[in-house]
Design a protein around this ligand. Structure first.
Ligand code: KIV
Length: 282
């Protein structure tokens, strides 16, 4: 697979080819993702929950995003890497947004940035795009507004709410976004938006009518099993497989069967006789 770019992702939309995206937060996992034909990765601020154990994404800082995004970008050869702008790194002003988007691109090697919000952040999107940085927008359920929304809830259910989500999507496209995440939006509304816009739509809890889909990798691999959102699916049981490895290791260490001879470095430049002499001397 060739390196995915803004242009090839838009071409995929035009040709009706679906786009796959997963979240990723570290180098080792990204090495695996790269071997599976995934088109794009999002270093999402969901890392506040999946990697840092917070209740929501609000505490994540720019410096933390940079550390995670940098390790993912270092492993990415072909997938298109998007780095999330954390809460309060762009809301204050267009100048703040450009400065922080610039840091994310310059200090991590990501290909684009993502920020949440519709009509209310068009000034920021316009300014970031003008500085040469591709923007992925995010409308519908926007987790950074969890306190304003009163929880993680489906958005755009009623007629007025549906019109707001559509207007938000049109506004971010007009401001220059090339891609937009539609989160927890009713499927028919997400399909309507997808057919009306030229930018790529990436759905999460928004039905199959979007141009592509994104899932948090720990959710799709069943690494985190304490809570399973309705929109996710377990495509494997990695959590169980990992637990089996940890249990087996624990058992062998305690039984003294690991390491075996083949797991040790055998060096011939120190003879058994010399070791015996050391034993005598000390
Ligand atoms: O932060 C994130 O990972 C996200 C996706 C779940 C869309 O915003």
């Amino acid at each position: 697979m060739a390196k995915r770019t803004v242009q090839t992702l838009l071409e995929m939309k035009r040709e009706g080819r679906k786009i796959s995206q997963v979240t990723c937060y570290d180098y080792s996992t990204m090495r695996l993702v790269e071997q599976c034909g995934i088109d794009s990765v999002l270093v999402g601020d969901s890392l506040g929950m999946t990697m840092q154990g917070y209740e929501n994404t609000l505490p994540v800082t720019m410096d933390e995003m940079i550390i995670y995004a940098r390790s993912v970008a270092r492993a990415a050869r072909e997938a298109f890497v998007i780095a999330d702008m954390p809460f309060m790194s762009y809301q204050v002003s267009a100048e703040q947004a450009v400065a922080n988007a610039g840091r994310l691109i310059k200090e991590t090697g990501a290909n684009a940035v993502k920020l949440e919000g519709g009509a209310s952040v068009t000034e920021q999107i316009r300014a970031i795009v003008s500085s040469g940085i591709p923007v992925c927008a995010h409308v519908g359920m926007t987790p950074q507004s969890v306190n304003a929304l009163g929880g993680f809830k489906v958005q755009g259910k009623g007629e007025e709410a549906a019109e707001k989500v559509l207007k938000d999507a049109l506004a971010v496209q007009e401001a220059g976004a090339f891609m937009c995440v539609l989160e927890c939006v009713p499927p028919k509304l997400a399909s309507l938006i997808t057919s009306k816009v030229e930018m790529v739509t990436i759905g999460i809890g928004a039905g199959a009518g979007c141009d592509g889909q994104v899932l948090v990798w720990q959710d799709l691999a069943a690494v985190t099993t304490d809570f399973k959102p309705k929109f996710t699916k377990h495509f494997g049981q990695v959590g169980e497989a990992l637990k089996a490895c940890f249990r087996a290791y624990n058992g062998e260490v305690k039984a003294g069967t690991f390491p075996a001879e083949e797991h040790s470095y055998v060096r011939s430049d120190c003879s058994d006789e010399y070791l015996e002499e050391l034993n005598r001397r000390y």
